[in-house]
Design a binder for this molecule. Structure first.
Ligand code: GLN
Ligand code: ZN
Length: 769
């Protein structure tokens, strides 16, 4: 086919759409059902209504082909487990008794049955439920959901393409079931799984599917030759089936790399590729393999993960190049629009001019339709859209918000020297020992104390104008008094103010920094019925005034023990926000770091001797491809050092990270040049302490001895035993005693008892060393 005739057939489509409904109706319906306030029938009706409205929106936007099966009551990987019959034995009875309740039991657990484990979906902030597979797993096809949702779209007269998690990604995301033999590799189940996918494909074809999309994002990660072979085999087998729809294999979040030739050669009819960010490398790679002759390509040129308006001219240029590389080129988003909010039109507090810089899911579908039209019918037919787009891009590029000369001058002037503390760690440790005079095995907490219902109600009351700011402040002051009094009585050595005033560890700072935007309705699914509203790093970042000094100083005024200042670090501020796409991410990180550096310095000036800068996202933001990691770690650790590098040697800098697997970033943790790190360790029996020791980590560390993810109160003996285990890896002079993470999700009674036991354990073990 010539480029010209390929262009004539261009279609617009997406891989998926936000599931929650304009007002998070799905969340409300599901949570209502869980609480017994609504029937399963009512829930199904709400869900069907949302799907219908979404399909209507997609069709109205001008998409030629809509996705189906991307809807979910909880998670699309869990839906895939149901589709292939991979129900863990412990949930089988519940699923057999009632499919919907059994589904939620797998997602959330029940009184006597643990849920599936949950983990992050690649490098997004979406979490999926990890399939549990073993040598005894028996797969069985259940295409009810996929077929049902396909029929809904077909009944509306739409061209619909069911979207499934592909078999290779499904297995690569799975973990061995609890009773599987050591070393079991779920990928060995591929031959057993493929016939089940074959059945689902046949069912979808029978129901009227012309195309089916199989998502294989796991292939954008570094893969072994054996894994690439498995992908080749999977698509050779599925492609070889006779009773099947046309197959489109989708990848996203990064470039396909060595998996591209594998998929290009596979006997499938189409590929969907990401052409945004690091995945833009797919363009040259595609040319290098000779394109996709005879195949359909869905070109993901509209970024499905950020919220910025597309550069339509740039996308058209990419699409123009691609036209020569495939038989048929369609326009799409880089990935499902699940990762962005629904509609900018719902935002009332963002200036209209700035709102035009943003594109949420609804705006992105319009961009895709415009690009498809321009590609098919010529750019003259979209002249008005192109002109408006140029104006919006120019307004953003020329705005004082995105170019604050003072911020620019400051980041340009910073040097590696600023990102270094004035003395090396060992000398600082001695100065801090003399200054702080802490006992051996000092006790502390990670920052937050219980966010009680009253605190949340007070915050909601303040927002709604039911209580005035003075009254709200009085409540926070009273809370801090209680938190300090409790810690003193419990005998904790380094106190915290408890973070009562913070709604969220990122949003609280975003609201106080210039250059950050907050949304009112920008909800994005994090997991299940939990949605977050990530703030938007829209412009150059500066700090109009101190953000935490007042409450920290107030807390310090109540006690003679040191009160630890508490900040969210620059990497986490970026990781849990939408970031700029108009400058290198390291530049944004430097801006945030410099604003935080002022806060750190102000805290020190106000008399704070211990300052914690939380970086729970350092590990989770690691790029998907190993080749990209050194760069990331360079800017990430530098941003942390820039934040903390301006304090005196006797001011002690702490950092905190959650999650247990650190083996691969111990060097980066050391490069942060913090004095003390606290980490999650209670569930893994101090594994992280051994990892730090194995890498010769030279600094002080507090592997958690209290698992805060459970309401269980650890006994003194238990905590003491964990400490003794920790002491085998970290010498007493460098070991801290603390919980795994912040206490905001826990209740006061369990927190009181647990921390009393933690202090008792520290005292007991101190006598032994
Ligand atoms: N300081 C924060 C808290 O205690 C840290 C939270 C986190 O690590 N996610 O809540
Ligand atoms: Zn944590």
């Amino acid at each position: 086919m010539t480029a010209k005739s390929a262009a004539a057939a261009v279609r617009a489509t997406v891989h998926g759409y936000p599931r929650q409904g304009p007002d998070r109706e799905l969340k409300k319906a599901i949570e209502g059902y869980w609480k017994g306030r609504g029937t399963a029938h009512a829930l199904r009706e709400t869900a069907a209504g949302i799907r219908r409205a979404n399909l209507g929106q997609l069709a109205d936007a001008g998409l030629h082909e809509v996705p189906t099966g991307d809807f979910s009551y909880y998670d699309h990987v869990l839906d895939t487990s149901v589709m292939v019959g991979a129900i863990p034995a412990r949930h089988r009875a519940a699923v057999d008794a009632d499919a919907l309740d059994g589904y939620f039991a797998m997602a959330r657990g029940t009184q006597n049955c643990a849920p599936l484990e949950m983990t992050k979906w690649f490098d997004t902030n979406y979490h999926y439920l990890v399939p549990e597979l073993g040598p005894d797993t028996v797969f069985a096809a259940d295409s009810t959901k996929q077929v049902g949702e396909l029929r809904e779209a077909l009944a509306l007269g739409l061209a619909a393409r069911p979207v499934l998690v592909g078999p290779v990604t499904y297995l690569l995301l799975a973990k061995p079931a609890p009773d599987a033999p050591a070393g079991f590799d779920p990928l060995t189940l591929l031959d057993r799984l493929l016939p089940v996918y074959g059945e689902v494909l046949a069912d979808l074809r029978a129901a009227g599917a012309e195309w089916v999309q199989l998502d294989e994002p796991a292939l954008v990660q570094d893969r072994t030759p054996a894994e690439l072979n498995a992908a080749a085999r999977a698509y050779r087998d599925l492609g070889g089936l006779t009773d099947r729809p046309r197959l489109l294999v989708a990848s996203y979040f990064d470039r396909l790399g060595e998996a591209l030739p594998v998929l290009a050669k596979a006997p499938v009819e189409g590929l969907a590729l990401d052409f945004t960010g690091p995945a833009a490398a797919n363009l040259d790679a595609l040319a290098a393999v000779g394109g996709l002759p005879g195949k359909r390509l869905i070109a993901g040129v509209v970024n499905g993960r950020n919220i910025w308006v597309n550069d339509l001219s740039a996308s058209l240029a990419t699409l123009g190049t691609l036209l020569g590389l495939a038989d048929r080129v369609d326009v799409g988003a880089s990935c499902s629009l699940l990762h962005v909010p629904l509609d900018t039109a719902a935002e009332r507090d963002i200036e209209p001019q700035i709102l035009r810089w943003l594109a949420f899911a609804r705006q992105k579908t319009a961009e895709i339709a415009t690009l498809a039209k321009g590609l098919a019918q010529g750019t003259d037919t979209i002249a008005a859209e192109l002109a408006a787009n140029r104006a919006d891009l120019a307004s953003r590029a020329g705005s004082p918000i995105t170019h604050d000369p003072a911020v620019r001058a400051r980041t340009a002037a910073f040097t590696a020297f600023d990102a270094r503390r004035s003395y090396p760690y060992r000398q600082r440790a001695a100065a801090q020992r003399a200054h702080l005079k802490l006992p051996l095995l000092p006790t502390t907490t990670i920052g937050s104390f219980p966010q009680t219902g009253e605190l949340r109600a007070a915050r909601a009351g303040l927002r709604a104008g039911r209580i005035d700011p003075a009254e709200y402040e009085e409540r926070i002051r009273a809370e801090i008094q209680e938190v300090i009094a409790f810690q003193e009585k419990a005998g904790i050595d380094v106190l915290v103010h408890g973070e009562a005033e913070r709604n969220d560890m990122v949003q609280h700072f975003a609201e106080q920094l210039t250059g950050y935007l907050a949304t009112q309705h920008g909800w994005v699914q994090s997991y299940g019925t939990r949605y977050v509203r990530p703030p938007i790093l829209a412009g150059d970042i500066s700090r109009p005034g101190p953000m935490t000094v007042r409450w920290t100083s107030y807390a310090q005024s109540l006690t003679t023990k040191p009160v630890k200042g508490m900040l969210t670090g620059p990497v986490t501020m970026l990781a849990w926000s939408f970031i700029r796409d108009d400058q290198p991410v390291g530049e944004t990180a430097r801006q945030v770091a410099l604003a935080l550096r002022d806060e750190v310095n102000d805290l020190e000036t106000a008399g704070t001797s211990v300052i914690q800068v939380d970086e729970p996202a350092l590990r989770e933001t690691l790029p998907l491809r190993a080749a990209d990691r050194p760069d990331y770690l360079t800017w990430a650790t530098e941003a942390f050092r820039l934040t903390t590098g301006g304090v005196r040697p006797d001011t002690q800098i702490h950092t905190h990270m959650c999650y247990a697997e650190f083996g691969d970033i111990v060097q980066a943790i050391d490069d942060l040049d913090a004095d003390v790190i606290s980490l999650e360790a209670a569930r893994s029996h101090m594994q992280v302490a051994r990892e730090l020791a194995a890498h010769g980590y030279p600094r002080e560390a507090g592997p958690g001895v209290y698992d805060i993810h459970s309401p269980r109160v650890p006994s003194t003996d238990e905590a003491a035993d964990l400490l003794r285990t920790g002491l085998k890896a970290i010498p007493a002079e460098r070991l801290w005693v603390n919980p795994d993470c912040g206490l905001k999700t826990r209740g006061w009674p369990e927190v009181r008892a647990s921390l009393e036991h933690l202090v008792a354990a520290a005292r007991e073990v101190r006598r032994e060393v």
